[in-house]
Design a protein around this ligand. Sequence first.
Ligand code: SAM
Ligand code: DTB
Ligand code: SF4
Length: 349
Amino acid sequence: MQAAQTTEKPLTFIKSKADSPQGADTQVDASGTWTLAQIEALFALPFNELMFKAQQTHQANFPEGDVELATLISIKTGGCPEDCGYCPQAARYDTDVKADKLMNLDDVLEAAKAAKAAGSNRFCMGAAWREPKDRDIEKVTAMIKGVKALGLETCATLGMLEASQAQALQEAGLDFYNHNLDTSEDFYRSVISTRGYQDRLDTISNVRAVGMSVCCGGIVGMGESRQQRAAFLTRLANLSPYPESVPINHLVPVAGTPLADQAPLDPLEFVRTIAVARITMPRARVRLSAGRQELGRSVQAMCFLAGANSIFYGEQLLTTANPEAEQDRELLAELGLKTKQSSKSEVLI
Ligand code: SAM
Ligand code: DTB
Ligand code: SF4
Protein backbone atom coordinates (compact mmCIF):
# COMPACT_ATOMS: atom_id res chain seq x y z
CA MET A 1 0.00 0.00 0.00
CA GLN A 2 1.32 3.43 -0.86
CA ALA A 3 1.21 6.06 1.86
CA ALA A 4 0.01 9.55 1.08
CA GLN A 5 2.62 11.84 -0.41
CA THR A 6 4.12 14.27 2.09
CA THR A 7 2.76 17.67 1.31
CA GLU A 8 3.58 20.83 3.08
CA LYS A 9 0.96 23.03 4.54
CA PRO A 10 1.69 26.73 4.03
CA LEU A 11 3.45 28.69 6.75
CA THR A 12 0.75 31.16 7.69
CA PHE A 13 1.50 34.41 9.47
CA ILE A 14 -1.32 35.95 11.50
CA LYS A 15 -0.61 39.54 10.58
CA SER A 16 -2.58 41.17 13.37
CA LYS A 17 -0.90 39.14 16.12
CA ALA A 18 2.48 38.24 14.67
CA ASP A 19 4.19 41.18 16.37
CA SER A 20 2.75 40.22 19.68
CA PRO A 21 3.01 36.44 20.09
CA GLN A 22 1.85 36.66 23.70
CA GLY A 23 -1.52 37.77 22.37
CA ALA A 24 -1.85 35.00 19.79
CA ASP A 25 -3.77 31.87 20.63
CA THR A 26 -1.92 28.60 21.16
CA GLN A 27 -4.47 26.16 19.72
CA VAL A 28 -4.11 24.57 16.32
CA ASP A 29 -7.07 25.12 13.95
CA ALA A 30 -9.42 22.36 12.78
CA SER A 31 -7.29 21.63 9.69
CA GLY A 32 -4.32 20.83 11.92
CA THR A 33 -2.20 23.62 10.41
CA TRP A 34 -0.03 25.56 12.82
CA THR A 35 0.77 29.21 12.24
CA LEU A 36 4.13 30.69 13.13
CA ALA A 37 2.35 33.08 15.50
CA GLN A 38 0.71 30.19 17.38
CA ILE A 39 4.02 28.42 17.79
CA GLU A 40 5.77 31.62 18.90
CA ALA A 41 2.94 32.08 21.40
CA LEU A 42 3.63 28.60 22.80
CA PHE A 43 7.31 29.49 23.23
CA ALA A 44 6.29 32.70 25.02
CA LEU A 45 4.01 31.02 27.58
CA PRO A 46 5.04 31.19 31.23
CA PHE A 47 7.36 28.23 31.74
CA ASN A 48 5.05 26.32 34.10
CA GLU A 49 2.08 26.78 31.80
CA LEU A 50 4.06 25.48 28.84
CA MET A 51 5.29 22.47 30.80
CA PHE A 52 1.77 21.70 32.06
CA LYS A 53 0.34 21.85 28.55
CA ALA A 54 3.14 19.65 27.20
CA GLN A 55 2.71 17.09 29.98
CA GLN A 56 -1.08 17.00 29.44
CA THR A 57 -0.53 16.38 25.71
CA HIS A 58 2.06 13.74 26.52
CA GLN A 59 -0.15 11.82 28.95
CA ALA A 60 -3.12 11.94 26.60
CA ASN A 61 -1.10 10.48 23.72
CA PHE A 62 1.41 8.24 25.48
CA PRO A 63 -0.42 6.99 28.58
CA GLU A 64 2.18 4.21 28.98
CA GLY A 65 4.84 6.93 29.38
CA ASP A 66 7.72 4.80 28.14
CA VAL A 67 11.02 5.91 26.61
CA GLU A 68 12.25 4.49 23.33
CA LEU A 69 15.95 3.57 23.06
CA ALA A 70 17.60 4.04 19.66
CA THR A 71 21.20 3.07 18.99
CA LEU A 72 23.24 4.84 16.35
CA ILE A 73 26.10 3.48 14.32
CA SER A 74 28.22 5.27 11.76
CA ILE A 75 28.42 2.78 8.89
CA LYS A 76 30.45 5.20 6.75
CA THR A 77 32.38 7.93 8.50
CA GLY A 78 33.82 11.26 7.33
CA GLY A 79 35.01 12.54 3.97
CA CYS A 80 31.62 14.08 3.15
CA PRO A 81 31.54 16.62 0.29
CA GLU A 82 28.81 18.77 1.93
CA ASP A 83 29.47 21.94 3.93
CA CYS A 84 27.04 21.60 6.88
CA GLY A 85 28.55 24.12 9.31
CA TYR A 86 27.98 21.95 12.39
CA CYS A 87 29.35 18.70 11.03
CA PRO A 88 32.72 17.16 11.92
CA GLN A 89 32.36 14.71 9.00
CA ALA A 90 32.55 17.34 6.25
CA ALA A 91 35.82 16.76 4.38
CA ARG A 92 36.48 20.49 4.04
CA TYR A 93 36.80 21.07 7.81
CA ASP A 94 39.94 20.19 9.69
CA THR A 95 38.55 18.02 12.49
CA ASP A 96 39.78 14.91 14.33
CA VAL A 97 37.41 12.66 12.36
CA LYS A 98 39.24 10.04 10.31
CA ALA A 99 37.44 9.09 7.09
CA ASP A 100 36.56 5.43 6.79
CA LYS A 101 34.96 3.28 4.10
CA LEU A 102 31.58 1.56 4.37
CA MET A 103 31.55 -1.01 7.20
CA ASN A 104 31.16 -4.65 6.31
CA LEU A 105 27.93 -6.51 6.99
CA ASP A 106 29.24 -8.75 9.77
CA ASP A 107 30.56 -5.84 11.82
CA VAL A 108 27.24 -4.00 11.49
CA LEU A 109 25.34 -7.09 12.62
CA GLU A 110 27.67 -7.57 15.60
CA ALA A 111 26.96 -3.98 16.66
CA ALA A 112 23.22 -4.53 16.19
CA LYS A 113 23.31 -7.67 18.36
CA ALA A 114 25.11 -5.71 21.09
CA ALA A 115 22.52 -2.92 20.85
CA LYS A 116 19.70 -5.45 21.12
CA ALA A 117 21.34 -7.15 24.10
CA ALA A 118 21.67 -3.74 25.82
CA GLY A 119 17.90 -3.21 25.44
CA SER A 120 17.73 -1.00 22.38
CA ASN A 121 14.51 -0.82 20.31
CA ARG A 122 15.85 0.73 17.14
CA PHE A 123 19.10 0.54 15.22
CA CYS A 124 19.94 3.59 13.13
CA MET A 125 22.64 3.37 10.48
CA GLY A 126 24.22 6.69 9.47
CA ALA A 127 26.46 7.41 6.51
CA ALA A 128 28.41 10.59 5.73
CA TRP A 129 27.12 10.84 2.19
CA ARG A 130 25.56 13.70 0.27
CA GLU A 131 23.48 10.95 -1.35
CA PRO A 132 24.06 7.21 -1.75
CA LYS A 133 25.04 5.63 -5.07
CA ASP A 134 22.92 2.72 -6.26
CA ARG A 135 25.70 0.26 -5.40
CA ASP A 136 25.73 1.66 -1.83
CA ILE A 137 21.99 1.03 -1.60
CA GLU A 138 22.57 -2.64 -2.44
CA LYS A 139 25.02 -2.99 0.45
CA VAL A 140 22.80 -1.11 2.87
CA THR A 141 19.76 -3.24 1.99
CA ALA A 142 21.70 -6.32 3.10
CA MET A 143 22.39 -4.59 6.43
CA ILE A 144 18.71 -3.67 6.83
CA LYS A 145 17.60 -7.26 6.24
CA GLY A 146 20.16 -8.58 8.74
CA VAL A 147 19.27 -6.05 11.45
CA LYS A 148 15.54 -6.62 11.01
CA ALA A 149 16.05 -10.36 11.38
CA LEU A 150 17.40 -9.65 14.87
CA GLY A 151 14.05 -8.15 15.82
CA LEU A 152 15.14 -4.53 15.89
CA GLU A 153 13.38 -1.62 14.22
CA THR A 154 15.57 -0.25 11.47
CA CYS A 155 16.40 3.34 10.56
CA ALA A 156 18.91 4.70 8.05
CA THR A 157 20.25 8.16 7.34
CA LEU A 158 22.22 8.22 4.11
CA GLY A 159 21.64 11.74 2.75
CA MET A 160 19.36 12.71 -0.12
CA LEU A 161 17.33 9.87 -1.70
CA GLU A 162 15.86 9.39 -5.15
CA ALA A 163 12.40 7.83 -5.35
CA SER A 164 13.81 4.52 -6.69
CA GLN A 165 16.33 4.34 -3.85
CA ALA A 166 13.59 4.95 -1.28
CA GLN A 167 11.64 2.12 -2.91
CA ALA A 168 14.61 -0.26 -2.66
CA LEU A 169 15.11 0.54 1.03
CA GLN A 170 11.41 0.07 1.73
CA GLU A 171 11.43 -3.32 -0.03
CA ALA A 172 14.39 -4.38 2.12
CA GLY A 173 12.20 -3.70 5.16
CA LEU A 174 13.52 -0.32 6.34
CA ASP A 175 11.10 1.05 8.94
CA PHE A 176 12.30 4.67 9.25
CA TYR A 177 14.39 7.04 7.16
CA ASN A 178 16.07 9.92 8.99
CA HIS A 179 16.52 13.15 7.09
CA ASN A 180 16.45 16.41 9.01
CA LEU A 181 15.19 19.86 8.07
CA ASP A 182 17.77 20.94 10.65
CA THR A 183 16.50 24.51 11.19
CA SER A 184 14.25 27.24 9.74
CA GLU A 185 14.52 27.95 6.02
CA ASP A 186 16.01 31.42 6.48
CA PHE A 187 18.62 30.37 9.06
CA TYR A 188 19.48 27.27 7.00
CA ARG A 189 21.18 29.42 4.39
CA SER A 190 23.76 30.60 6.91
CA VAL A 191 24.65 27.01 7.90
CA ILE A 192 24.58 24.97 4.66
CA SER A 193 25.12 26.03 1.05
CA THR A 194 25.69 22.77 -0.81
CA ARG A 195 22.06 21.60 -0.78
CA GLY A 196 18.83 23.51 -0.40
CA TYR A 197 15.86 23.28 1.93
CA GLN A 198 13.69 22.07 -0.94
CA ASP A 199 16.10 19.17 -1.58
CA ARG A 200 15.43 18.04 1.97
CA LEU A 201 11.67 18.35 1.56
CA ASP A 202 11.91 16.33 -1.67
CA THR A 203 13.76 13.49 0.07
CA ILE A 204 11.18 13.41 2.86
CA SER A 205 8.47 13.29 0.25
CA ASN A 206 10.18 10.38 -1.56
CA VAL A 207 10.35 8.48 1.74
CA ARG A 208 6.66 9.07 2.49
CA ALA A 209 5.61 8.09 -1.02
CA VAL A 210 6.85 4.52 -0.56
CA GLY A 211 5.20 4.11 2.83
CA MET A 212 8.21 4.35 5.13
CA SER A 213 7.98 6.23 8.40
CA VAL A 214 9.77 9.56 8.60
CA CYS A 215 12.33 10.52 11.22
CA CYS A 216 12.90 14.25 10.82
CA GLY A 217 14.07 16.94 13.20
CA GLY A 218 16.98 19.28 13.53
CA ILE A 219 19.53 21.08 15.66
CA VAL A 220 19.01 23.92 18.07
CA GLY A 221 21.70 26.13 19.57
CA MET A 222 23.39 27.04 16.28
CA GLY A 223 22.86 30.79 16.89
CA GLU A 224 19.30 30.89 15.53
CA SER A 225 16.74 33.22 17.13
CA ARG A 226 13.69 32.01 19.03
CA GLN A 227 11.57 33.04 16.06
CA GLN A 228 13.74 30.83 13.83
CA ARG A 229 13.34 27.91 16.25
CA ALA A 230 9.59 28.50 16.13
CA ALA A 231 9.65 28.65 12.31
CA PHE A 232 11.62 25.37 12.22
CA LEU A 233 9.02 23.62 14.40
CA THR A 234 6.23 25.17 12.29
CA ARG A 235 7.70 23.51 9.19
CA LEU A 236 7.99 20.15 10.93
CA ALA A 237 4.52 20.25 12.49
CA ASN A 238 2.94 21.25 9.17
CA LEU A 239 4.42 18.36 7.21
CA SER A 240 1.40 16.32 6.31
CA PRO A 241 1.54 14.00 8.13
CA TYR A 242 4.07 15.23 10.67
CA PRO A 243 7.07 12.91 11.24
CA GLU A 244 6.64 9.81 13.38
CA SER A 245 10.05 10.47 14.98
CA VAL A 246 11.42 13.92 15.76
CA PRO A 247 15.08 14.03 16.81
CA ILE A 248 15.95 17.31 18.52
CA ASN A 249 19.72 17.70 18.59
CA HIS A 250 21.48 20.26 20.75
CA LEU A 251 24.50 21.47 18.79
CA VAL A 252 27.70 19.68 19.78
CA PRO A 253 30.31 22.30 18.89
CA VAL A 254 33.24 20.45 17.33
CA ALA A 255 36.74 21.96 16.93
CA GLY A 256 37.50 22.68 13.29
CA THR A 257 33.86 23.26 12.22
CA PRO A 258 32.51 26.77 11.59
CA LEU A 259 30.24 26.42 14.65
CA ALA A 260 33.07 25.34 16.99
CA ASP A 261 32.84 28.49 19.11
CA GLN A 262 29.07 28.82 19.20
CA ALA A 263 27.88 29.82 22.69
CA PRO A 264 25.53 27.21 24.21
CA LEU A 265 21.78 27.77 24.16
CA ASP A 266 20.09 28.53 27.49
CA PRO A 267 19.08 25.06 28.76
CA LEU A 268 15.57 26.29 29.62
CA GLU A 269 15.13 27.34 26.00
CA PHE A 270 16.09 23.81 24.97
CA VAL A 271 13.42 22.44 27.33
CA ARG A 272 10.87 24.86 25.85
CA THR A 273 11.75 23.60 22.37
CA ILE A 274 11.04 20.02 23.45
CA ALA A 275 7.72 21.07 25.01
CA VAL A 276 6.62 22.90 21.86
CA ALA A 277 7.59 19.90 19.72
CA ARG A 278 5.46 17.65 21.97
CA ILE A 279 2.42 19.94 21.83
CA THR A 280 2.55 20.49 18.08
CA MET A 281 3.35 16.86 17.14
CA PRO A 282 1.40 15.03 19.85
CA ARG A 283 1.84 11.44 18.61
CA ALA A 284 5.47 11.71 17.52
CA ARG A 285 8.35 10.14 19.39
CA VAL A 286 10.33 13.24 20.36
CA ARG A 287 13.95 12.19 20.73
CA LEU A 288 16.63 13.84 22.86
CA SER A 289 19.47 13.44 20.40
CA ALA A 290 22.96 14.94 20.15
CA GLY A 291 24.22 17.04 23.05
CA ARG A 292 22.71 15.08 25.95
CA GLN A 293 26.04 14.70 27.69
CA GLU A 294 26.35 18.45 27.99
CA LEU A 295 22.75 18.86 29.22
CA GLY A 296 23.23 16.93 32.45
CA ARG A 297 20.67 15.00 34.46
CA SER A 298 18.42 17.83 35.67
CA VAL A 299 17.88 19.36 32.25
CA GLN A 300 17.23 15.93 30.77
CA ALA A 301 14.68 15.26 33.54
CA MET A 302 12.91 18.50 32.56
CA CYS A 303 12.98 17.40 28.93
CA PHE A 304 11.21 14.14 29.84
CA LEU A 305 8.64 16.20 31.75
CA ALA A 306 8.27 18.37 28.63
CA GLY A 307 7.38 15.27 26.60
CA ALA A 308 10.61 13.79 25.25
CA ASN A 309 10.12 10.02 24.99
CA SER A 310 13.08 8.71 23.05
CA ILE A 311 16.86 8.90 23.39
CA PHE A 312 19.93 7.85 21.49
CA TYR A 313 21.34 5.09 23.64
CA GLY A 314 24.95 3.86 23.69
CA GLU A 315 28.21 5.65 24.39
CA GLN A 316 28.77 6.91 20.85
CA LEU A 317 26.62 8.95 18.46
CA LEU A 318 28.21 9.06 15.00
CA THR A 319 31.56 10.63 15.83
CA THR A 320 30.91 12.32 19.18
CA ALA A 321 30.29 10.96 22.66
CA ASN A 322 26.94 10.13 24.25
CA PRO A 323 26.29 9.20 27.90
CA GLU A 324 27.24 5.64 28.92
CA ALA A 325 24.34 3.18 28.63
CA GLU A 326 24.67 2.36 32.33
CA GLN A 327 24.36 6.05 33.24
CA ASP A 328 21.19 6.31 31.12
CA ARG A 329 19.67 3.22 32.70
CA GLU A 330 20.33 4.73 36.13
CA LEU A 331 18.80 8.07 35.14
CA LEU A 332 15.66 6.45 33.72
CA ALA A 333 15.34 4.21 36.79
CA GLU A 334 15.74 7.15 39.11
CA LEU A 335 13.01 9.05 37.26
CA GLY A 336 10.78 5.96 37.27
CA LEU A 337 10.65 5.92 33.47
CA LYS A 338 10.03 2.57 31.79
CA THR A 339 11.78 1.76 28.55
CA LYS A 340 9.74 0.85 25.51
CA GLN A 341 9.40 -2.89 24.99
CA SER A 342 10.32 -4.19 21.58
CA SER A 343 7.24 -4.37 19.36
CA LYS A 344 8.70 -7.30 17.44
CA SER A 345 8.09 -10.90 18.36
CA GLU A 346 10.71 -12.46 16.09
CA VAL A 347 13.59 -12.06 18.53
CA LEU A 348 16.33 -14.37 17.29
CA ILE A 349 19.09 -13.88 19.86
N1 SAM B 1 24.81 12.64 5.84
C1 SAM B 1 23.46 12.44 6.16
C2 SAM B 1 22.67 13.72 6.22
O1 SAM B 1 23.23 14.78 6.43
O2 SAM B 1 21.44 13.63 6.07
C3 SAM B 1 23.23 11.66 7.44
C4 SAM B 1 24.09 11.92 8.67
S1 SAM B 1 24.03 13.54 9.36
C5 SAM B 1 25.42 13.48 10.45
C6 SAM B 1 22.59 13.48 10.38
C7 SAM B 1 22.27 14.66 11.26
O3 SAM B 1 23.15 14.74 12.37
C8 SAM B 1 22.32 16.06 10.69
O4 SAM B 1 21.21 16.37 9.90
C9 SAM B 1 22.34 16.90 11.96
O5 SAM B 1 21.02 17.21 12.36
C10 SAM B 1 23.00 15.98 13.00
N2 SAM B 1 24.31 16.49 13.42
C11 SAM B 1 25.48 16.40 12.74
N3 SAM B 1 26.48 17.01 13.41
C12 SAM B 1 25.94 17.49 14.56
C13 SAM B 1 26.47 18.23 15.65
N4 SAM B 1 27.75 18.61 15.70
N5 SAM B 1 25.63 18.56 16.67
C14 SAM B 1 24.34 18.19 16.61
N6 SAM B 1 23.78 17.51 15.60
C15 SAM B 1 24.56 17.16 14.58
C1 DTB C 1 19.97 12.94 14.23
O1 DTB C 1 19.08 13.82 14.14
N1 DTB C 1 20.96 12.98 15.11
C2 DTB C 1 21.85 11.85 14.92
C3 DTB C 1 21.09 11.01 13.85
N2 DTB C 1 20.01 11.86 13.47
C4 DTB C 1 21.82 10.45 12.72
C5 DTB C 1 23.24 12.26 14.60
C6 DTB C 1 23.87 13.13 15.65
C7 DTB C 1 25.28 13.39 15.25
C8 DTB C 1 26.03 14.19 16.26
C9 DTB C 1 27.42 14.47 15.83
C10 DTB C 1 28.29 13.24 15.64
O2 DTB C 1 28.31 12.36 16.53
O3 DTB C 1 28.99 13.18 14.63
FE1 SF4 D 1 27.73 15.31 5.24
FE2 SF4 D 1 25.53 14.73 6.62
FE3 SF4 D 1 27.66 15.88 7.81
FE4 SF4 D 1 26.20 17.31 6.12
S1 SF4 D 1 25.51 16.42 8.09
S2 SF4 D 1 28.44 17.21 6.17
S3 SF4 D 1 25.62 15.73 4.62
S4 SF4 D 1 27.56 13.86 6.92
